[in-house]
Design a protein around this ligand. Structure first.
Ligand SMILES: [Ca+2]
Length: 166
């Protein structure tokens, strides 16, 4: 009797784990572009519209060894025509860090940024990190980067159109 109850409980726990596994797996996106050539990632995360979905991510090439520090002079974002900017890049050969500060202007109401690993053109979920951007440009966000790996970086904005810098 006791044994049966235990096995029933084990079966339902197993089913839950499988369900959670399936739901997190189904939200990943395949068809992410390759990082492309060059090393624009070292210079600036300049967006090339449309880059509103992971499949439209702007390729930024491969980083030189060392930390990736996101630089954005001024990118447009916000409003129904430009809700997000996605970028794809490959890290340098040595494990390093992603680092950035970011802020935005009105009429943007709120912004988040996320970093995902990409394996064989497929976005891996959940994201490595998701950050809430303030409008003060002093957030000091960081995340670890494995060596020679492909990453998807995306920013989402709500409210109206504005710009962001990093
Ligand atoms: Ca965009």
């Amino acid at each position: 009797m006791r044994y049966n109850r235990c096995m029933n409980r084990l079966a339902s726990v197993t089913a839950l784990v499988v369900m959670v596994g399936c739901s997190s797996g189904s939200s990943s996106t395949s068809g992410i572009p390759g990082p492309g050539s060059g090393s624009q990632v070292n210079t600036a995360f300049d967006d090339v519209e449309p880059n509103n979905t992971p499949e439209q991510a702007t390729p930024l090439g491969t980083a030189s060894s060392g930390n990736v520090i996101i630089w954005v002079g001024s990118n447009d974002i916000g409003g129904s025509g430009n809700p997000a900017d996605y970028f794809v890049f490959e890290s340098g050969a040595v494990p390093a860090k992603l680092e950035f500060n970011m802020c935005y202007t009105p009429a943007i109401k709120a912004m988040t940024a996320s970093l995902w690993k990409v394996v064989d053109g497929t976005q891996q979920t959940p994201p490595i990190a998701t950050w809430t951007i303030s409008n003060t440009c002093a957030d000091s966000f960081t995340a670890p980067l494995e060596g020679s790996s492909v990453y998807l970086f995306g920013v989402l904005a709500t409210g109206g159109a504005g710009t962001y810098t990093a």
